[in-house]
Each structure stands twice: as C-alpha cells, then as structure tokens.
Design a protein around this ligand. Structure first.
Ligand code: 8DG
Length: 142
C-alpha cells in the first residue's frame, strides 16, 4: 500500500491580488505557473509546511487562512492541497524553484499558463478574492 504524500500550495492574497509563481524546474514543469509551496516534511501540518516553504522559496511570512475544498492528484504518491494565505511581511522574491512572480487581480487570473492540476484551486481562489473585493474574475466557466 502506498501512502499519499501531500504537496501544499498557497493561494497568497494581498491587496486584492493573488500571487502566481513560474517554476524554473524540473524541465517538464519549467515555465508553467503554480501556487508556490511544496512537500510536507515528516510531522508537519499543511499550515506549518506552507509557512516554511514560502519563507524558503519567496522570503515572505504568511498566515494560512482556510483550505480550498478538494485534492488534486500529482505524480504518485503526491496530491495537491491548497490553502489560502494572507501576506504578513516581505516582498516575494524568486529565491528557489521559481524565476518569475506576478500578482494577479481576479480578472487577470487567466493571463498566465497555470499547471493543469492547479486550475480548479486557482479558479476557486479567484472567486474568493473577487467576493472579498467586489472584482470580476477572469476564471468563470465558458
Ligand atoms: N509547490 C507546488 N508544487 C506543485 C504544484 N502543482 C504541482 O503539480 N506541483 C508539483 C511540482 C513538484 O513536482 C511537486 C512539489 O515539489 P516542490 O519542488 O515544489 O516541493 P519541495 O520544495 O518540497 O521539493 P523538494 O525540493 O524538497 O523535492 O508538486 C503547486 O501548485 N505548487
């Protein structure tokens, strides 16, 4: 029996915008956009892992808020879980794993090439953000 391993992604919100990160590695994912985060280490909760990963990868401090319902399969044994988070301190910089960062308002969420497995969570994050700010989302079903 294989135990599922969790990758936690952060939908980081700040001033009505969502943070998108472009992966620089591995080659099959490089150039695609994701919600920054990473694998849980033994004994960590998803919230703890998210705080640690975003500190390491982007140099920011975040407060995880709530989990976005759902779980998306990645390469076995990994699954993606996503939490919304509030930027507490720092200006995100692509310190590792990424080569570009972008803050997107909900109407511009479709402007970057998100990894397929991230799209449902990104769409939900954009809806949550739009509901908070009264903005339009660019991720409505067509
Ligand atoms: N962080 C993150 N990884 C994602 C997302 N979507 C997605 O398919 N992945 C994949 C890419 C990687 O194969 C895996 C996460 O690995 P990672 O490289 O970000 O995690 P990590 O920092 O803990 O990795 P490691 O160097 O310790 O191996 O999940 C996403 O939205 N965020």
């Amino acid at each position: 029996m294989t135990t599922v391993r969790v990758v936690v992604g952060g939908a980081v919100f700040d001033r009505g915008r969502l943070l998108a990160a472009r992966r620089s590695a591995p080659p099959e994912l490089a150039g695609r956009w994701e919600l920054p985060g990473g694998k849980l280490e033994p004994g960590e909760t998803p919230r703890e892992a998210l705080v640690r990963e975003l500190r390491e990868e982007l140099g920011i401090e975040v407060e995880p808020l709530e989990r976005i319902a759902g779980e998306w399969p990645l390469r076995p044994p990994y699954v993606l879980q996503v939490w919304t988070a509030r930027l507490l301190a720092g200006e995100p910089r692509p310190l590792e794993d990424h080569d570009e960062l972008r803050w997107l308002t909900p109407d511009r969420i479709g402007e970057v090439d998100w990894l397929e497995q991230d799209r449902p969570a990104v769409a939900e994050a954009a809806r949550m953000l739009a509901a908070q700010t009264g903005a339009q989302t660019g991720a409505e079903p067509r």
